[in-house]
Design a protein around this ligand. Structure first.
Ligand code: ATP
Length: 247
């Protein structure tokens, strides 16, 4: 596989934070590649560096050392302006909190990233993305008139409107009940299978992680191994072992 087949590559990425006189190493020389058209879950005990990994890979945070490449563009050394543009145009995010604007309808929320980028908003495109997430008939509804799962699907549509190369999720199903969570995960899975999208998702939930092609485990800021095509039970068993490691 040549490097163009990778949506994101991390090469020996470290990130430390100053904490008083000492430093906390959130990520310690992590090297990972995320092939295009795959769904990866990132798991690990609390404080193992999952969010930091996601933020560095998505250009939201800068590594202390090492390099991150998004579709052939190396992020190290990009100015803040270039990094902001890259995030806006090439990367999509969904978080545990849906972060929808309550005063706006679903279609207005979905169009927001285009408006913020000063781009023309094609109504047909907004409707198409809403249809893709199963909300073709909810375009005029406001967030308070929708269920949690529907709101997360609006957030997904908003992340997809710019046709990002990679979609990042930080606990995207964390606020949903298990049935709604399954609906959103099935949708994510089908985006990878049908449209060849690349998804990287941090989760604590072995069932959510079992929808991914690959699960990467982090411990103390380092990659501690991975599972491919694993069941929720296998993933849960691995997590139990990792969490049992004494400090
Ligand atoms: N801004 C910061 N300043 C100091 N330390 C930080 C900062 N951000 C993260 N850390 C530390 O880096 C380590 C990794 O944090 P991170 O949030 O990436 O872990 P996580 O695996 O996402 O945790 P959780 O599952 O609890 O959300 C932790 O020890 C955390 O305390």
């Amino acid at each position: 596989m040549n490097h163009n087949d990778h949506a994101i590559q991390l090469c020996s990425v470290s990130r430390s934070h100053k904490a008083g006189d000492s430093a906390v190493t959130a990520l310690d020389r992590v090297s990972l590649s995320f092939p295009r058209g795959t769904f990866t879950a990132v798991m690990g005990p609390s404080g193992s560096g999952k969010s930091t990994l996601l933020q560095c890979a998505a250009g939201l945070d800068r590594p202390t050392s090492g390099s991150v490449t998004v579709g052939g563009t190396e992020l190290t050394g990009l100015s803040e302006t270039k990094l902001t543009l890259l995030r806006r145009e090439r990367i999509g995010f969904v978080f545990q909190a849906f972060n929808l604007l309550p005063a706006l309808t679903a279609e207005q929320n979905v169009a927001l990233p285009l408006r913020l980028a000063g781009k023309r908003v094609a109504k047909a495109r907004v409707r198409e993305v809403l249809r893709q997430v199963g909300l073709g008939d909810r375009a005029r509804h406001r967030p308070t008139e929708m269920s949690g799962g529907q709101q997360q699907r609006v957030a997904l549509a908003r992340a997809l409107i710019t046709r990002p190369e990679v979609l990042f999720g930080d606990e995207p199903t964390g606020a949903l009940d298990s049935r709604t969570s399954r609906e959103v995960l099935t949708l994510l899975r089908s985006m990878v299978d049908r449209e060849g999208r690349t998804i990287i998702m941090v989760t604590h939930d072995p069932v959510a992680a079992s929808y991914a092609d690959r699960v990467i485990f982090l411990v103390d800021g380092r990659v501690n191994g991975e599972l491919t095509g694993a069941s929720a039970d296998d993933i849960a068993a691995r997590m139990t072992r990792l969490e049992a490691v004494p400090c």
